[in-house]
Unconditional design. Structure first.
Length: 438
């Protein structure tokens, strides 16, 4: 998760305030008409009004309604949306039912227009880019400096990675052709979560790790849905499904226009981004997603959602889930073919806030891409509550599995053998690896 500048945050807040004011005015008119029950739906979810509910007094925009144990953690990310509002200056109404169905969320956020896809690539500058004479000169000067001053001078064996970012627009074949996208290389698409944007922390961790792992030979996309994610939690959760549908269209676009192969594709989603990955896999039309890596999938407002509204193991041939903040930000029960519970899945060592444990998911995954081996021990899937609540595994399976890594070299037969619930422990500070499990 990442924070956004005041200008963008203020713009989103003003838009949400406007939507709330119009919804309140509509609710008051419905009360005068003595309607006993009104239903509101958005993205497959309903809000039911009964006679003892006063919708005009409901503040859907504050973190006080979030089912999270420490609500005060969110208050710095939200503004008071009820201050200095004039209920009579709401402007023309389209219709009460439309407003109470929260259609304003659709008007405020157009997922297809306001979701951006950025391709990250790298090129190396080093000895391969120097002429033979320049390499000799570099080596000669380096040797002289080392002998004279004891300096550790780059001898030309190392190279410098230069990162390039290009925007590829949905249905814009020209932007795709002009980019560095290579259909013969593996593709990895990373999706941020709530309050994230193009500069989300998860991208700062994982993009360089993937490029270094592949020596720049991967197509690394990041999905920027910050226009929808930088909002109160409830509003952002409503926008997960349309973003997932847009990502599905983008996958079809890459396949049809450039020949991307789905067997070379992996979706990596953090928090709400994990559910976006699952929804995208559900809605793709031209193929089947092979691998989804879900990093601490978001729990609030997704816990009781049907599988069609969130991530599930049926979304891809192989779904791997890493849990680091179960019961607060992160999903508690198993969701994938393999579910890893780091440090029993809840509060991570060295963390005092739920946010820290939540973010630890992509920090651990980054280390796994860099070669760190997190050896996890198997536990009976039915015992997951013992893992998360009591930090014990009454029925160990005796199996071991490594968490993370790219998995790009594994065949479908090998992936099919990865199954079950696993747990492992880490250090409080990086490097997090504690060595082989005992």
């Amino acid at each position: 998760m990442a924070t956004q500048g005041p200008a963008v945050q203020g713009k989103v807040t003003n838009e949400v305030e406007s939507a709330v004011m119009r919804a309140k005015a509509a609710a008051e008119r419905l009360q005068l008409n003595a309607n006993e029950k009104s239903k509101a739906s958005h993205a497959g979810m309903q809000i039911v009004r009964t006679s003892n509910q006063d919708i005009s007094s409901m503040n859907l925009m504050t973190p006080a309604v979030l089912p999270i144990s420490e609500r005060h953690n969110f208050e710095n990310n939200n503004n008071n949306n009820n201050s200095n509002t004039d209920k009579n200056s709401t402007g023309p109404m389209v219709g009460d039912e439309q407003l109470l169905r929260l259609q304003d969320y659709n008007l405020l956020y157009n997922a297809e227009r306001q979701t951006y896809f950025q391709l990250h690539s790298s090129s190396r500058r080093g000895p391969s880019g120097l002429s033979y004479g320049n390499r000799l000169l570099q080596q000669y000067v380096g040797n002289k400096l080392s002998a004279a001053f004891g300096l550790n001078v780059n001898d030309g064996k190392e190279s410098i990675m230069q990162l390039t970012t290009q925007t590829v627009r949905l249905y814009d074949a020209a932007s795709l052709r002009q980019s560095h996208f290579n259909p013969f290389q593996p593709t990895r698409i990373i999706i941020h979560g709530w309050l994230g944007n193009a500069h989300a922390n998860v991208y700062n961790y994982l993009v360089p790790a993937y490029l270094k792992l592949s020596d720049g030979s991967y197509n690394i996309f990041t999905v920027d849905w910050g226009r929808g994610a930088i909002a109160d939690y409830i509003t952002a959760s409503y926008r997960v499904k349309p973003v997932g549908q847009v990502l599905a269209k983008f996958l079809d676009f890459l396949h049809v226009e450039a020949g991307m192969q789905f067997e070379d594709l992996q979706l990596i989603g953090f928090s709400m981004g994990a559910h976006i990955a699952g929804l995208a896999a559900k809605h793709v039309q031209t193929g089947h997603v092979r691998v989804i890596r879900a990093l601490d999938p978001a729990l609030p407002f997704f816990r009781y959602a049907q599988e069609k509204e969130r991530l599930s193991r049926n979304d891809a041939s192989y779904v791997e889930v890493l849990h680091t903040s179960v019961g607060s930000y992160g999903f508690d029960r198993p969701l994938g073919h393999v579910d890893f519970y780091a440090n029993w899945g809840s509060q991570q060592p060295g963390c005092f806030w739920h946010e820290c444990s939540h973010w630890r998911a992509f920090a651990l995954f980054k280390e796994s891409l860099e070669g760190t081996v997190f050896e996890a021990r198997g536990c009976q899937p039915s015992e997951w509550q013992q893992l998360t609540r009591h930090k014990r595994c009454p029925q160990p399976t005796g199996s071991r599995l490594h968490m993370g890594g790219d998995l790009g070299t594994l065949s479908m037969e090998q992936l099919a053998q990865r199954e079950g619930v696993y747990y492992f422990e880490t250090q409080a500070r990086p490097p997090y690896d504690m060595g082989p499990a005992t």
